[in-house]
Write a protein that binds this ligand. Structure first.
Ligand SMILES: Nc1ncnc2c1ncn2[C@@H]1O[C@H](COP(=O)(O)OP(=O)(O)O)[C@@H](O)[C@H]1O
Ligand SMILES: [Mg+2]
Length: 230
């Protein structure tokens, strides 16, 4: 469902390219951890896969479609419907309640009927935040905010979930619990999951490990722990 084909990315402000010939494939339901030190290109790769940015060279196909072929309006809709994003700093809107934050991607897609609220509440139940739907983000712990962000990322039933250092702002215990949630979502909903992380603890949950260095993939390994338990 995901094909990254010899992708290069250069930023105008930088001298060395952030990605130098990256190729990668993922099947539906796959769970890949993109690993490597800070600056190796993990976030850049996720941005290109999520169509937040375009490659300088090479192509990215999601469900057989090249994002380079979509116009701006179509691209925004396609991104909302196909891709869910989870960020290190949650990116919840502080003036909206938990429920309103999760509803937002559906409202943007024109769903303003009762199904919108129902669907958002169901997602909050799924991530264990069902009873805190009327709170504001500032009234939650970091781990709870990340759960809400995961509910928001899933509300449009994306085929691809991209998580960029989702445990980066959390303590060990909350980080582990967020990773368990993401792994459960991958397993139970069949959503393809790409995790960018420099934490080997977080990557432990992934089925495959993509080791990056200096903008290139150094090695791709199966995770024996997960392979055995599936
Ligand atoms: N918007 C940008 N403009 C210029 N350089 C960037 C930009 N984003 C990332 N880079 C550079 O690209 C390289 C890869 O960055 P990034 O993908 O963020 O790495 P990682 O997520 O693995 O830490 C780094 O050298 C970084 O400085
Ligand atoms: Mg990064």
């Amino acid at each position: 469902m995901l094909e990254v084909d010899d992708v290069y990315k250069s930023y105008a402000a930088a001298d060395a390219p952030a990605l130098r010939g990256v190729s990668l494939r993922a099947e539906k339901g796959d769970f890949l951890a993109i690993m490597g030190p800070s600056g190796c290109g993990k976030s850049t790769l996720l941005h290109l896969v999520g169509a937040m940015d375009q490659p300088s060279k090479g192509r990215v196909l999601v469900d057989g479609r090249s994002v380079a072929d979509l116009g701006d309006d179509e691209l925004a809709r396609w991104r909302r419907q196909k891709i869910g994003f989870v960020f290190q700093f949650f990116n919840l809107l502080p003036t909206l309640t938990v429920l309103e934050n999760v509803e937002l991607p559906r409202l943007l897609d024109g769903d303003n009927g009762g199904t919108c609220r129902e669907r958002a509440q169901a997602m909050l139940d799924l991530v264990g935040m069902g009873t805190k739907s009327r709170r504001f983000p500032a009234e939650l712990s970091g781990g709870e905010m990340q759960r809400v962000a995961i509910a928001r990322a899933l509300v449009n039933e994306p085929s691809l979930l991209l998580a960029d250092e989702p445990t980066g702002s959390l303590d060990t215990e909350n980080g582990e619990s967020v990773m368990r949630l993401l792994a459960g979502v991958n397993r139970d909903l069949g959503v393809t999951l790409l995790l960018a992380t420099h934490s080997s603890e977080a990557a432990r949950h992934a089925r495959r490990h993509v080791h990056m260095r200096d903008g290139a993939i150094e090695a791709l390994t199966e995770n024996p722990d997960v392979a055995a338990s599936v």
